[in-house]
Ligand binder design. Structure first.
Ligand SMILES: Cc1cc2nc3c(=O)[nH]c(=O)nc-3n(C[C@H](O)[C@H](O)[C@H](O)COP(=O)(O)O)c2cc1C
Length: 211
């Protein structure tokens, strides 16, 4: 028992020591934990195009099936264009009564992710890898975001004269919500909920994920 305790403590210490940190002092674990889905943003924080460009930059280094690198990105920061995107995306499907985002907390910027090849399972997997990497970069830079699959593709394609069909939309800004993760067992409801101004996101404890 005592031996195990010491061994575990030593492992913890070794992991902490060897956990790589980024320039800004973030470990991968802390970036992942901070990278929550925000559906309300601080309107006083604008997002410079350079931030969106840095998010796109990381996609140069991520894997894609058959190394296809099919994505092209439309950066949206201009106010009326941002409004057009907001009007054509849906947020918080599990909390329809809240009509998120609440007025005044709309995202200040978006990235529309388009594909140069027909959408298929591989493209969808690639899109997930790309956008999660982009959001981790956003968090590292002090921003937050949201992956949006519920959007009006026809309207966005028309409004922005997109040369390729959109597969996902990313909202980007400085999150203005209090979000907490809670640990649940696999059988419990996975629905996120809000209580006393806090957005709770239940996450199945990892030990139950191994089959
Ligand atoms: C592929 C994908 C598509 C998503 N689409 C939407 C969406 O259309 N609207 C939305 O509000 N959230 C969307 N989300 C965010 C999820 O609802 C969110 O990840 C989930 O509630 C867990 O919260 P967390 O990201 O903070 O862990 C999407 C997430 C993923 C990964």
């Amino acid at each position: 028992m005592a031996d195990n305790y010491l061994e575990n403590k030593f492992d913890e210490f070794r992991q902490r020591k060897s956990a790589p940190t980024t320039k800004s002092g973030h470990s991968l674990d802390s970036l992942l934990k901070k990278n929550r889905s925000y559906r309300g943003y601080d309107s006083s924080w604008k997002v410079p195009v350079s931030v969106l460009e840095k998010m796109v930059e990381v996609t140069q280094w991520v894997p894609t099936g058959k190394n296809q690198q099919a994505f092209r990105f439309k950066l949206v920061t201009e106010e009326s264009e941002v409004r057009t995107v907001t009007e054509n995306v849906k947020m918080g499907a599990l909390l329809p009564e809240l009509h998120l985002p609440t007025p005044g907390t709309e995202p200040p910027a978006y990235i529309i992710v388009c594909t140069t090849v027909p959408e298929c399972k591989r493209v969808q997997v690639d899109a997930g890898i790309a956008v999660q990497s982009m959001l981790l970069k956003a968090v590292e830079m002090g921003y937050n975001g949201l992956i949006i699959a519920a959007f009006n593709a026809t309207k966005l394609t028309e409004a922005f004269a997109l040369p390729y069909p959109p597969v996902l939309v990313l909202a980007v800004g400085k999150g203005a919500e209090k979000i907490e993760m809670t640990e649940i067992s696999a059988e419990e409801s996975h629905n996120y909920w809000r209580e006393n101004g806090v957005h709770y996101v239940p996450k199945v404890r990892w030990q139950e994920l191994i089959i």
